[in-house]
Design a protein around this ligand. Structure first.
Ligand SMILES: C[S@@+](CC[C@H](N)C(=O)[O-])C[C@H]1O[C@@H](n2cnc3c(N)ncnc32)[C@H](O)[C@@H]1O
Length: 240
């Protein structure tokens, strides 16, 4: 297989340890895991919102010619989102910048609140995904974001996200490296469930990290139940 990707993105926008083919290959495994977890064959006919998108899943969808109805990537990185908007590779895709603050990625941004709007008008989505985003969010932002995203989900849709969870730590939240705020945001399990309860989500699937591919994962759906059930954490899927 050639190393040239269908949708190459300049290296200057790379944020993680690796890019290129390795990034899209793990991305494909993640999207397959999402489908398997949600019990769907593919994203065929589905509208996807990728929050804190970076550029990876856009590359993955195109690289592997995956089926989907529409894909909307949203991020706070002005240069990267500007580049993606200028080089949008597919009419089913769009990319939006949000102005929110993040101490690690955009210290000078605006505070996000549960009432903040996303720049997508009245659009709603079947699938909302967030990979390696809650892993870099302070608790007040995670709570706000859960509340925001709830408004943009179709009634039968689901939210899938990855996060660092520590089931036994005493504090509700801790920094993996106190010298690098938000580099590794670790949530106490009960506190993460509290945030979901408070913002109208029920977690249907909760699983351990899978190798180097993904951290703890949760698949959630909207609920009006103020005390929804909390599933036990399953072992990470061995096939991945
Ligand atoms: C580790 S990267 C993950 C990118 C992508 N989801 C992936 O899996 O390749 C985290 C991304 O979250 C974005 N981000 C952080 N805080 C955000 C916020 N409050 N709103 C939107 N995007 C945010 C960053 O700009 C960055 O692109």
């Amino acid at each position: 297989m050639s190393n040239k990707l269908v949708f190459p993105v300049p290296d200057e926008f790379r944020r993680g340890a690796f890019g290129g083919r390795k990034l899209v290959e793990t991305g494909k495994q993640i999207l397959d895991l999402v489908c398997e977890t949600a019990g769907i064959e593919s994203f065929d006919g589905l509208d996807i919102l990728d929050y804190g998108s970076g550029y990876r899943m856009a590359q993955v969808l195109l690289e592997f010619d995956m089926e989907f109805a529409s894909y909307c990537g949203i991020d706070i990185d002005p240069e990267m989102m500007g580049w993606l908007q200028d080089h949008n590779p597919d009419p089913r895709m769009d990319f939006h910048l949000v102005p929110f603050q993040n101490e690690l990625y955009r210290p000078e941004g605006e505070q996000m609140t549960g009432e903040s709007q996303l720049p997508v008008g009245d659009n709603t989505y079947d699938v909302i995904m967030m990979f390696s985003v809650v892993t870099h969010l302070a608790p007040h932002d995670t709570r706000a974001l859960f509340a925001i995203l709830r408004r943009y989900l179709k009634p039968d849709g689901f939210l899938f996200f990855s996060t660092f969870v520590n089931p036994i730590m005493e504090d509700p939240y801790s920094e993996g490296d106190p010298d690098k705020p938000l580099w590794m945001s670790i949530y106490q399990e009960a506190f993460l469930f509290d945030l979901l309860d408070e913002t109208g989500w029920v977690c249907e699937h909760y699983a351990e990290p899978v190798g180097q591919m993904i951290q703890h994962q949760m698949l959630c759906r909207p609920t009006d139940d103020p005390n929804p059930p909390r599933p036990a954490c399953r072992p990470g899927t061995p096939a991945y």
